[in-house]
Design a protein around this ligand. Sequence first.
Ligand code: FAD
Length: 369
Amino acid sequence: MSFRDDVAEFLWTVRRPDGLTDYGPTPGPEHVAAGREWQAILAEHGYACLHWPAEHGGRDASVAEQAAFAEECARAGVPRQLSIVGPDLVGPVLMRFGTAGQNANFLPRIRTGADLWCQLFSEPGSGSDLASVSTKARQDGTGWIVDGQKVWTSGAEDADYGLLLARTGGPGRAGLSVFSVPMSAPGILVRPLRQMDGESKFNEVFFEGVRLDPACLIGEVGGGWQVATATLGRERLSLGANAVGMFKALAELESTAEEHNLLDATLSEDITKLWLRVWLLRTTWERAIDEGAEPGGASFSVLKLLTSETYRDIGDLGVSALGLAALEEDQPLVKRMLVGHAQTILGGTSEIQRNILAERVLGLPRGPK
Ligand SMILES: Cc1cc2nc3c(=O)[nH]c(=O)nc-3n(C[C@H](O)[C@H](O)[C@H](O)COP(=O)(O)OP(=O)(O)OC[C@H]3O[C@@H](n4cnc5c(N)ncnc54)[C@H](O)[C@@H]3O)c2cc1C
């Protein structure tokens, strides 16, 4: 039996936790319990963190295997993991920058869903210009004290740990360091933000005199920019991988249009064009990894840009396929449209990806600060 057949058989026969849905890259508060249980089930059967090396409990899975797993999960209507942050971002970043003690402490708990992580990077005044973050971590004896504010932190309300980018020195990139933060530490306040789609996946996170012990530092003091860019590179890689789930979205779009008697020649042509784009993306994604492209490199900026904009265009077309039914409450295709637009912002906006391409690939002059 092929790996894909194994995965499909597992996904369709295994007991699913009550209330498990395909909630996307980050669980909302209502998805966390089922998501944790699902991650534990994946770990128990050898399907958690497929891309991790075997020494850390992964499977050293090839790109083709990761793609097959993601596609089969999309087809089965289940998430491929508890959350993107722990398995896709924090795990690989710890393997690269963390100490043996940090790896032993955190990796098994990420793999089994015991710990849910959030990413504490963006601030009210620092999103695209991440190197300007102003949340401060000042040394206190051998430990640290953190003061400041983060925003747009997905999943912070339920997270056990956060990956924090903070200023430990002067202005600019060299003044940044990265820490693991237990979200239950005294002095942390998490305030959920309500989104226009009614969900509440985002949060503001406030730090007031939060004490961190020395073991919380990840990498070097002043080495935070390298850790942050590695994290963002992994995020782009993961978002690029979403291409494999888009066929399901297109099939749903087509059947919805048929149901509403709106599948005319124009809509069919638009669906076909998007179908071709998704195929091209899937092939480009596989090629980039086969050729050993670096997660932080330009290839994944291209993939992040094109994948998120294709996802957005599928979402927009889905609304056309609904016709007037788009005005009804709780339409899944309307939600998908909103998520599609959000994808062009998170992990670095489309404008920022275009800047990266202009500067690093085309060699154009740098934009004004
Ligand atoms: C669904 C979602 C989940 C998120 N989850 C997290 C999370 O878990 N943790 C976290 O830390 N952050 C998270 N974010 C925040 C995200 O990283 C930021 O929103 C993003 O980096 C943009 O920053 P900003 O919102 O401050 O916009 P700004 O940086 O203020 O940008 C505003 C506009 O100006 C444009 N712009 C800015 N600079 C330039 C430039 N140099 N050239 C051209 N145009 C420019 C931008 O493209 C954008 O259109 C999430 C965002 C979304 C949408």
